[in-house]
Design a protein. Structure first.
Length: 452
């Protein structure tokens, strides 16, 4: 795999950051764990004599390991023994900008590109979407995926332009050992119970529940979905000023400034979501709860290993808007560009990784990524208890809440809106310099200007 990388990181990709040595080790070890080298599909496809070369671009080493493993699966390799697949890694922003420039110019794009959920919106602004529509190719397999995670973020005007393997369903996790020490009953049924517990936890003047971000929109984004709304409606129109959105933003702010149970997350321009200072605070017992998707919980396992067995996990409590038991946060999809001269082969590579149990279980083994492919949840790997999370069976938990994931409505303005949201809404509101409703109204005016 060719690599064009530096230390810049625009926003967190789902999953762990992996060293070069870790990438190689994870690829080999995880492949062995799920039997990539020995398993055979029940029905083998007719072999192709194509000697084509596919180009795949990505920005995250762990995700490119997932794509590499898919290219070695028998379902793909047996059909295309002479096909070469080249994988190239670039920094996050550079890859998306380079891809956009290639697609606009009409030359130089890869066959497949890994496109992050928010940056996908930047490819929707022209007179056509420069990716291959996958609806017909996916066919009946659409019933085997959780659409809000697997296809919605890379869909527009009824067409599916990408496939994602990650089920980024949001749940609540907390330090069960501290709850037990304080005599706090769990699991929590309501947010009021969480807040009451938080006041006990914060009574020492040193400890908080949640680390709420004041330079990134993710906490509000998750709670807005949990409350029953989204930034954009099905037609791509901004709807962030509705009462549920206002209630969600007020809830997040009040955890810090009214109830006093949450603190501002340690962050900086290079690590706006979860940098070293963020996990150092968890290590120091400064924060004891979080809501987030599997990739966020997975970073506790890798970055705070000494707290194994001290955390518990559950669906989101009730008491905020419609109180969906989960939300959706993060994701990267694989898209086939319109410039690809090998679109059938490219799609078969996407399907091998995203629409087979063997494909998605590689990423589970390597990065603890729970899959958006429903049949995989029948496999024992996803039924096993988690030692880190006090023996909880995370697979069944995610499978139980995933059908309640809210639809994701994409818009050509989504990326620009999130950047403006950080500036106009999140930072002022979380620093008590603006009221939630007024800030969301101001954001709506800016988005209207962007769309005009």
């Amino acid at each position: 795999m060719e690599r064009y990388d530096d230390k810049r990181e625009e926003r967190p990709a789902s999953g762990h950051r992996t060293s070069r040595r870790g990438f190689i080790g994870a690829t080999a070890g995880a492949a062995a764990a799920v039997g990539l080298g020995t398993r055979r599909s029940p029905a083998r496809a007719a072999q192709s004599d194509s000697d084509a070369t596919l180009e795949v671009w990505g920005f995250d080493e762990g995700r490119l390991a997932f794509a590499t493993a898919a290219s070695q699966l028998p379902v793909f390799k047996d059909k295309y023994p002479n096909v070469t697949v080249n994988f190239r890694q670039f920094p996050f922003a550079e890859m998306h900008d380079k891809l956009l420039a290639a697609l606009v110019s009409g030359r130089g794009a890869p066959d497949i590109a890994e496109v992050e959920i928010a940056r996908f919106s930047q490819f929707l602004k022209g007179d056509r979407v420069p990716f291959l529509a996958l609806n017909d190719r996916i066919g009946a397999e659409i019933e085997n995926v959780y659409r809000p995670a697997a296809t919605d973020p890379w869909s527009y005007n009824g067409q599916i332009y990408g496939l994602g393997n990650e089920l980024n369903a949001v749940v609540l996790t907390y330090r069960q050992d501290i709850m037990d020490q304080l005599g706090i009953e769990t699991p929590f049924e309501t947010w009021d119970q969480v807040i009451a517990a938080g006041k006990q936890i914060a009574a020492d003047g040193e400890t908080k529940t949640f680390a709420v971000h004041d330079i990134a929109f993710g906490d509000f984004f998750q709670m807005a979905q949990h409350a029953g709304t989204s930034f954009f409606d099905a037609e791509g129109n901004y709807q962030g000023t509705n009462p549920l959105a206002v209630q969600a933003l007020q809830f997040v702010r009040d955890l810090v400034h009214v109830h006093g149970v949450a603190g501002i997350a340690p962050a900086d321009a290079q690590n706006e979501w979860q940098g070293p200072a963020y996990y150092a605070a968890f290590k120091a017992n400064k924060f004891t709860m979080l809501w987030g998707p599997p990739w966020h919980l997975g970073r506790l396992i890798s970055d705070v290993p000494e707290q194994a067995g001290k955390w518990a996990v559950q669906k989101l409590p009730t008491g905020l808007g419609e109180s969906r038991p989960t939300a959706n946060f993060g994701g990267t999809g694989q898209c086939i560009t319109e410039q690809s001269e090998n679109q059938d082969i490219a799609y078969d590579l996407l399907a091998a990784g995203n629409l087979t149990a063997e494909g998605v279980l590689f990423d589970f083994s390597a990065r603890t990524v729970y899959p958006a492919y429903i049949p995989a949840y029948e496999r024992p790997e996803l039924q096993a208890p988690s030692e880190y999370f006090s023996g909880a069976q995370l697979g069944p938990l995610y499978a139980s809440v995933a059908p309640e994931l809210p639809p994701f409505n994409q818009s050509p303005s989504f990326y620009d809106a999130t950047q403006a949201m950080n500036r106009i809404v999140i930072t002022p509101v979380m620093n008590q310099k603006a009221e939630p409703e007024a800030a969301l109204q101001e954001l709506g005016e800016e988005i209207a200007d962007l769309q005009s």
